[in-house]
Design a binder for this molecule. Structure first.
Ligand SMILES: Cc1cc2nc3c(=O)[nH]c(=O)nc-3n(C[C@H](O)[C@H](O)[C@H](O)COP(=O)(O)OP(=O)(O)OC[C@H]3O[C@@H](n4cnc5c(N)ncnc54)[C@H](O)[C@@H]3O)c2cc1C
Length: 433
């Protein structure tokens, strides 16, 4: 006989974990399937985890969650050829007993989630790939087929939390293939380093962390960003650009990362560190306009599989946890009201998303992906001009300041023209309003 659950969750990343935990905690019979050998085996994240969403699901997570450092300083750098223009925000308030953001190593966090799920009675089975959704004659999703022998399992509702590729939804005809300009490919390394060196180089104490978000010449004119994060005994460094740009460009991702590590501003921060892990992964960056159908008869999609990623703020795992929680809460509410999981009933999930920061933020930045994709000057000409202007301004050479201002303006106009500059300013405002 085919086994039946209240809900099946596919994937043990932050979205699937949040959904499974929330369902199991309310006493529902939930099965979570993960293709990796263990939770986290297949997962890549640069490594900032946002506490607020996790706290909503597991309020006392700080008691035993294996975080790395709590972040007290955020830097944003625009890199030129051998320089950078940047801004920092550092605050003692981030040293509270309930810090807001942590650096993490995903494999450790995903394993911890597995323990929490077991504690509340959820069933997590690894090394099991879901190969397809099973539907009844009416087209309603009633379960999944896995790569295990006799691997057919039924459930009242299936939550797809299988990440950016969203293969199951695509195979079932519920999602189209993502356009290459809507997906970034990121590569990252974890570099082992003496914690003392981390503390000295970044000006922090034992548990404190610094994160640096990087833009500019290192992406070689492609739409992309890079990052450098401090863990306890390691640094995470990575870079990612749109797949459409990698396809048309002549610099493969691994070379871009090597060049980033050699950049004169970055090199002294990572000197002496040894590579421990190398990974590559995709990130859904198409924003609001790339969001697929989110629910249907017997199914919902959450996290990266639903294209929930705020590239402007480098937020992904929090949208994943929030959407997983909201999908689970929808199931719990429908079940306790004695209602079924038809598409009209599951529309309640979309309503929750619309009312939340997820849809509000993605809607705010809905024009950003298209504008960035079509305006490469933001990743080439402007980093050049801004870093050159800073160099000119801060070089004391007996040229009067008015003349310097003129030189700088002239250089910007030569590169973009007056109309070009005005047009770019309008585009930027449209992209972030
Ligand atoms: C390089 C990089 C850096 C990032 N940095 C940050 C950051 O600093 N902060 C942040 O908040 N976000 C960051 N993100 C984004 C974040 O990692 C994602 O938004 C988040 O992991 C999405 O969670 P998810 O659960 O939806 O998907 P995933 O984490 O991708 O999890 C999906 C899970 O499903 C499993 N799976 C897939 N298919 C199947 C199947 N058929 N059967 C069974 N299991 C399956 C996979 O093995 C995986 O475990 C980063 C992403 C990358 C690539």
């Amino acid at each position: 006989m085919v086994e039946k659950f209240d809900a099946i969750v596919i994937g043990a990343g932050p979205s699937g974990n949040a959904a499974t935990y929330t369902l199991a905690k309310q006493g529902l019979k939930v099965l979570q399937l993960e293709r990796g050998e263990y939770p986290g085996a297949k997962n890549v994240q640069g490594g900032i985890m946002y506490a607020h969403e996790l706290e909503k699901i597991i309020p006392d997570f700080r008691d035993d969650c294996p975080t790395e450092r709590h972040i007290i300083e955020q830097r944003v750098w625009l890199l030129g050829d051998d320089n950078y223009v940047g801004t920092n925000y550092r605050s003692e308030a981030f040293n509270s007993d309930k810090p807001n953001r942590y650096t993490i190593i995903r494999a450790n966090i995903d394993k911890w989630w597995g323990e929490q799920i077991r504690k509340v009675g959820g069933l997590q089975i690894c090394e099991t790939t879901v190969t397809e959704l099973i539907r009844d004659a009416s087209g309603k999703v009633i379960g999944v087929r896995t790569d295990r022998e006799g691997g057919e399992i039924h459930a009242d509702v299936v939550i797809m939390a299988d990440g950016v590729n969203a293969l199951l939804a695509k195979r079932a005809g519920l999602q189209d293939e993502a356009a290459p300009e809507n997906v970034a490919l990121a590569v990252k390394e974890i570099l082992f380093i003496d914690p003392e060196l981390i503390q000295q180089r970044f000006g922090i104490k034992e548990d404190e962390g610094v994160v640096i978000e990087i833009m500019g010449k290192v992406t070689k004119g492609m739409v992309g960003t890079a990052f450098l994060y401090t863990n306890k005994e390691s640094l995470t460094i990575g870079i990612g650009c749109l797949i459409s740009d990698f396809k048309n460009g002549d610099c493969p991702p691994y070379r871009m990362l090597e060049d980033l590590k050699k950049h004169p501003v970055i090199k002294p921060l990572i000197e002496g560190a040894e590579m421990k892990e190398y990974a590559a992964h995709m990130i859904p960056e198409g924003g609001y306009k790339a969001i697929p159908q989110l629910y249907g008869d017997g199914w919902m999609v959450v996290g990266d599989a639903a294209h929930f990623n705020n590239a402007a703020h480098r937020e992904g795992s929090n949208l994943a946890m929030a959407s997983g929680r909201m999908a689970a809460e929808t199931v719990i509410e429908l079940k306790s009201a004695g209602k079924g999981f038809s598409a009209p009933n599951l529309a309640a999930y979309k309503k929750k998303l619309d009312d939340s920061f997820i849809m509000k933020d993605l809607k705010k930045y809905r024009e950003l992906p298209g504008i960035m994709h079509g305006n490469k000057q933001f990743f080439g000409a402007y980093p050049d001009e801004i870093t050159a202007a800073a160099h000119n301004w801060f070089t004391v050479d007996s040229v009067d300041k008015k003349s310097k201002e003129k030189q700088i303006m002239k250089s910007f106009i030569k590169r973009r023209s007056v109309m070009g500059l005005v047009g770019d300013a309008i585009k930027l405002v449209r992209a972030v309003r």
